[in-house]
Design a protein around this ligand. Structure first.
Ligand code: PMP
Length: 292
């Protein structure tokens, strides 16, 4: 069966899903996206993803153009049209096609695209081994509001991840311009110290991850303390555990960081820790409760 794409109110076969060469998303990276996970045919935390997208759309001036478009229905229609249960969905919106420059003319009709593709999770062994990450040479600007948006201007993440992959690492870890730990190329990061969670604060220049928010709620419910602030590479040696989060992989233990001089910094004993595992279990339970 041909892959079906949602494009501007229509479900079309992939070969017919085409957008204009004048699309503002293509020309200027003027667009936003959400990546979501479906389990058993249910899109996990769909409402939270849509809220983040709409809040971000207000920030970049795309909000009014999206009013009246049922983005949630578009996501479910795409999932169902592709007959998928376990899937990775991507909802992308952009300023659409107009001849004017974005800073001159008003926007046109937005482009709305949803794709739903089969998703095979990492094997259980990967969650037992954990990720190894490398410090990216690119920085995440903490004072730029763009760092807080999941925008189609995704070049910093792409380049950071390419750099990590070229070194055989699972993910990149980006610092901000003050040298504080910000986030992964496509994930947020948490550390554990003295049985409490420690995370880079939102003003470190990070995306307010949906999974990050959920993990904080789960931690509080389990009586695990949560502290946010400025974290430095020199703190890494003091942490007992670490993990990264995003909507696709959930929580993935982080066991080692390749430092800027190529040295390996092992977190804790180099294996997924107790707090990490208890939060992974709580997250799994939540997924089952909400999508079971
Ligand atoms: N930071 C960045 C840069 C990301 O691309 C992602 C993935 N969306 C995240 C963090 C994690 O966000 P979420 O938990 O909403 O997937």
């Amino acid at each position: 069966m041909a892959e079906i794409i949602y494009l501007n109110d229509k479900l079309v076969p992939r070969a017919r899903a085409r957008i204009s060469v004048f699309d503002w998303g293509f020309l200027y990276g003027y667009g936003l996206f959400e990546t979501m996970r479906a389990y058993r045919g249910e899109i996990f935390l769909l409402e939270r993803h849509l809220k983040r997208l709409m809040d971000s759309a207000q920030v970049i001036g795309l909000g009014p153009a999206l009013v009246g478009i049922d983005l949630g229905k578009a996501c479910y229609d795409t999932l169902r049209a592709n007959n998928l249960d376990e899937a990775r969905l991507r909802l992308t919106v952009s300023g659409g096609e107009t001849d004017a420059f974005p800073w001159v003319g008003g926007g046109g009709t937005p482009t709305v695209v949803v794709t739903a593709r089969p998703y095979t999770p990492f094997p259980a062994e990967k969650y037992e081994q954990g990720f190894r990450v490398g410090i990216a040479s690119l920085r995440r600007p903490r004072h730029s509001p763009v760092s807080r948006l999941k925008s189609t201007s995704y070049l910093t993440s792409v380049l950071a991840r390419m750099e990590a992959a070229a070194h055989g690492l699972d993910e990149a870890l980006l610092l901000n311009e003050d040298g504080c730990i910000a986030e992964g190329g496509g994930c947020n990061v948490f550390f554990v110290r003295k049985s409490g969670l420690v995370a880079p604060s939102l003003d470190s220049g990070i995306l307010p991850g949906i999974t990050r928010g959920v993990v904080m709620e789960l931690a509080k419910a389990l009586g695990i303390g949560v502290r946010e602030g400025d974290l430095r590479l020199s703190d890494l040696g003091h942490f007992d555990e670490a993990f990264v989060t995003n909507a696709i992989i959930g929580l993935m233990p982080l066991v080692a960081v390749k430092g800027e001089k190529g040295q390996d910094i092992v977190i804790g004993d180099g294996r997924p820790g107790k707090i990490t595992k208890s939060l992974m279990a709580a997250y799994k339970e939540m997924v089952e409760r909400e999508t079971g």
